[in-house]
Design a protein around this ligand. Structure first.
Ligand SMILES: Nc1ncnc2c1ncn2[C@@H]1O[C@H](COP(=O)(O)OP(=O)(O)OP(=O)(O)O)[C@@H](O)[C@H]1O
Length: 258
């Protein structure tokens, strides 16, 4: 049994009167093993975010189901944590207490609350910014805080919706290295939605290419998990081979549609 099972998910958005007007997902299925990093990539509107939101329990599938560690998902739960494109930190809370937000909701109280929040803040390299408010953080620091907040509840699966999409390329690369290092320390199962082909190949064990609400291809990236030397990874034969393969999978479709 896989750690996360996405089974034949269909999602149709309807008007309030029940008239269907958008079929976002058309039978999406894939399995994720414990500790795997999966990248979901595909053109705008192909259903990546909808798929992630259904796994998180923020949207309900029209049919099909999601199972985490064998349990069917119905609504949000502490077995899944989400990181958004914009960290959505609470402006009146400092970084430490933003990181602790999910723990508080989970019923964790002092002194465990501060201890656990500090641990995850240190894990993302933000120990020095514990007392700062969100407006005093850079974009990269906000995303690090968002990752720490999601990890603090110790979820089975970490879901990331274009977490680095709004960052400049240098900060994005730094955070790729940090995510790889966090994954090395925590062994979390991660699904990351991205538009960035290099991000997908650099981070993922398998890249799932989506087209028009369906999985069109699943590409394994056989580089191994030790990717801290990002320059070596980027110049490896496997990297360029898989990058080309995924590029073609994304563009084949455009050629067919033309
Ligand atoms: N709440 C909603 N109501 C109606 N239609 C929606 C809703 N959310 C998404 N859709 C539609 O579902 C389809 C898939 O959207 P989704 O946001 O999942 O795509 P995406 O691949 O994540 O796109 P992007 O890369 O641009 O973020 C689109 O046609 C979109 O317009």
């Amino acid at each position: 049994m896989a750690h996360l099972e996405v089974q034949n998910i269909v999602k149709t958005f309807s008007t309030r009167s029940g008239v269907a007007f958008a079929r976002a997902l058309d039978g999406v299925s894939f399995d994720v093993e414990k500790g795997e990093i999966i990248a979901l990539i595909g053109p705008s509107g192909c259903g990546k975010t909808t798929c992630l939101r259904i796994i998180m329990g923020l949207e309900t599938a029209s049919s099909g189901q999601v199972r985490v560690a064998g349990r069917a998902v119905s609504g949000c739960g502490y077995d899944r944590g989400m990181v958004f494109q914009h960290a959505e930190l609470l402006p009146w809370r400092n970084t430490l207490s933003n990181v602790g937000y999910g723990l508080e909701m989970k019923g964790v109280r002092e002194p465990e609350l501060s201890k656990a929040s500090s641990h995850y803040l240190e894990l993302v390299g933000l120990g020095h910014a514990a007392r700062r408010r969100p407006h005093q953080l850079s974009g990269g620091m906000k995303q690090r805080a968002g990752i720490a907040r999601a990890l603090a509840i110790d979820p089975e699966v970490l879901l990331m919706d274009e977490p680095f999409g709004a960052l400049d390329s240098q900060t994005r690369e730094t955070l790729h290295g940090e995510l790889l290092s966090i994954h090395g320390k925590t062994g979390k199962t991660i699904i990351i939605v991205t538009h960035d082909l290099d991000e997908a190949v650099m981070l993922a064990d398998r890249v799932i290419v989506m087209q028009k609400g369906a999985v069109s291809e699943i590409v394994p990236i056989e580089i191994g998990r030790d990717r801290q030397d990002m320059r070596a990874v980027r110049t490896s034969a496997e990297y360029s081979k898989k990058r080309t393969l995924i590029w073609e999978a994304l563009h084949d479709h455009e050629t067919q549609a033309a």
